[in-house]
Design a protein. Structure first.
Length: 114
């Protein structure tokens, strides 16, 4: 399965994992997670729900993605690192991103980073 990590410094990395679970999501964002649906991509962005409390740095790329998907963002936008996965299946498990979704989310990444 593939997921996309977007760090607040602008680094985008496609990660391959055996499964996407709460432990992975929390490790990727550095704490408790909050889900944001990215309607245009049939994907879910997980953010640190306590980003403001911990004064995490702004993540302009994640904020742009969220706003582009008609997500209302209060204050300074998305804070901290995020991880983007596919949707959830009928059994409640996270799905990985397809290569097409990754290409749509990261048109500037090269094939060697996939």
């Amino acid at each position: 399965m593939k997921a996309l990590v977007i760090k607040s410094d602008g680094t985008k990395t496609v990660v391959e994992v055996d499964k996407i679970d709460l432990a992975l999501l929390q490790a990727s964002v550095g704490g408790y997670v909050e889900a944001i649906r990215l309607w245009d991509f049939d994907a879910v962005m997980y953010v640190n729900e306590e980003g403001l409390l911990y004064e995490l740095p702004a993540n302009p790329l994640a904020t742009e993605l969220a706003k582009g998907n008609n997500v209302l963002i209060d204050g300074g936008g998305i804070l901290g690192d995020v991880i983007i996965t596919g949707l959830i299946d009928n059994e409640g498990y996270e799905l990985g991103l397809t290569d097409e979704q990754i290409a749509s989310l990261t048109p500037d990444l090269t094939d060697e980073q996939d």
